[in-house]
Design a protein around this ligand. Structure first.
Ligand SMILES: C[S@@+](CC[C@H](N)C(=O)[O-])C[C@H]1O[C@@H](n2cnc3c(N)ncnc32)[C@H](O)[C@@H]1O
Ligand SMILES: *[C@@H]1O[C@H](CO)[C@@H](O)[C@H](O)[C@H]1NC(C)=O
Ligand SMILES: *[C@@H]1O[C@H](CO)[C@@H](O)[C@H](O)[C@H]1NC(C)=O
Ligand SMILES: *[C@@H]1O[C@H](CO)[C@@H](O)[C@H](O)[C@H]1NC(C)=O
Length: 402
């Protein structure tokens, strides 16, 4: 007689700083048998979005440092997924690190870990580049070592998976000993996924599967791409738009890499009402030279941050929807033009912001993800800017547990 299969119990996952649930989607995408037993976040707007998408998950709308050891013990979790606030560590910020009050809750978690009744088997942490050189990181490592965890650190971007969006992030995977990672380096921060075969396997099995690069071929050629112009000259020569030849060459090689998907694979078919997304002329005039502009056949975009749609500088790429208009032509002798002429030129590009849905697509959010109606456009950009790339994290969760 065969024994009936006894289903293995679901891993119990605690999602800290849960936001709109990027970690939860990554967990689903990893295909690990697991459930989120609690999601903790103080942001009521984020919690509303979370609840709308995961109505059966228990949300704790409070501060992490306000939770007692008993409360944590009762959750009896096997895994922590967390993205602590990144502002104390961003390279462009004040880098106040552990002196920043926003690091307090993270230090509380570190203090809590040794006193848990049952330490979790797995921990995954996400943060910005810059975290790897922080005091907070050193304290994390000390805590992990004293609690007998094996760990590996990473700096990874979705571009490694063929997704045309840069979002370089720090990740740490930790596993309770005697378990260890076969790819563990001890000293090095890995800047690649460890094993190409396992990377392929994750893609095939997960709902976050991306289109193969071949799917792009049927969509014709690159003529609309922003970096299609002929290039010659010295690398530091400013061509146009304050961009040097070196910049343009770099973009060109990204756009020419057929193993990357095209931006158009992530765009909404047709916008019901595109008007909220067009960039006001005043902003256009003021920021034209520093905007990162991508066409639909480009294979790159810059990181979308929480100020997108609100502040123009360095918050994310904008989309050139006029596919037949070349950037180089519009910006030719731009400085010599009057304001009106500049505006006329810029208007030809039909620039617009990426919509929240399009950013969610680049992040790997599944089609069924949605925002409750009452969440404003500004709030949507803000929440997505704080979130993460689901494909990248799904792959890491899989690597951690297997
Ligand atoms: C970087 S975001 C995490 C985003 C999340 N991974 C997602 O996919 O949306 C940090 C989150 O931590 C929350 N947060 C910050 N400090 C907190 C605290 N002390 N207790 C609970 N939540 C906190 C913020 O409200 C924010 O939603
Ligand atoms: C193209 O992109 C892939 C995926 O990111 C990368 O591994 C490869 O090195 C790139 N090729 C070139 C020629 O840049
Ligand atoms: C490809 O580009 C060329 C010019 O660069 C154009 O003549 C041709 O029609 C384009 N083909 C498609 C399928 O868009
Ligand atoms: C684009 O890529 C193809 C094949 O990888 C290569 O032959 C070609 O020279 C590249 N073009 C430019 C302008 O880099």
């Amino acid at each position: 007689m065969m024994e009936p299969d006894i289903p293995s119990p679901l891993l119990r996952v605690l999602e800290l700083y849960s936001g709109i649930g990027g970690m939860h989607y990554a967990l689903k995408g990893s295909c690990i048998a697991a459930e989120v037993v609690a999601a903790v976040d103080i942001n009521t707007v984020a919690n509303e979005v979370y609840k709308c998408n995961f109505p059966n998950t228990c949300i704790y709308p409070k501060t992490i440092e306000g939770m007692t050891v008993d409360e944590f013990n009762k959750l009896n979790f096997d895994m922590i997924l967390m993205s602590p606030p990144c502002q104390p560590f961003t390279r462009l910020g004040a880098q106040k690190d552990i002196l920043d009050s926003r690091t307090k809750s993270f230090l509380y978690i570190l203090a809590l870990l040794p006193s848990l009744a049952k330490p979790p088997k797995y921990i995954l942490l996400e943060n910005v580049k810059g975290f790897e050189t922080s005091v907070a990181r050193d304290k994390l490592i000390q805590t992990l070592e004293s609690c007998r965890y094996s760990y590996q650190e990473f700096l990874l971007s979705p571009t490694l998976l063929g997704i045309p969006n840069s979002r370089l992030r720090y990740f740490l995977l930790a596993k309770l000993q005697p378990d260890a990672f076969c790819f563990q380096t001890f000293t090095q921060v890995l800047e690649q996924f460890p094993d190409h075969d396992s990377v392929e396997a994750t893609n095939a099995s997960s709902f976050t599967q991306t289109l193969s690069a071949d799917d792009n071929k049927k969509k014709g050629n690159n003529s609309d791409c922003c970096t299609n112009e002929i290039i010659s000259g010295r690398d530091e020569t400013v061509l146009y738009k304050l961009e040097t030849l070196r910049h343009v060459k770099r973009k060109h090689s990204q756009d020419n890499n057929s193993s990357m998907q095209m931006i158009q694979d992530f765009l909404e078919e047709e916008l019901e009402d595109p008007s909220p997304y067009f960039i006001p002329p005043k902003s256009l005039l003021r920021y034209a030279l520093i905007l990162d502009i991508v066409g639909q056949t480009c294979r790159r975009s810059v990181c979308f941050t929480k100020g997108y749609g609100c502040y123009m500088e360095g918050t994310g790429s904008v989309l050139k929807t006029a596919s037949d208009v070349e950037l180089a032509l519009v910006f030719q002798s731009f400085e010599t033009l009057s304001e009106d002429e500049k505006l006329t030129q810029l208007a030809k590009l039909k620039l617009r912001y990426f919509t929240p849905r399009e950013i969610a697509n680049l992040h790997g959010f599944p089609p069924e993800f949605s925002f409750p109606e009452e969440i404003s456009l500004k709030q949507r950009y803000r929440l997505l800017g704080n979130s993460l790339n689901i494909h990248v994290v799904a792959k890491l969760i899989k690597l951690m547990v297997e």
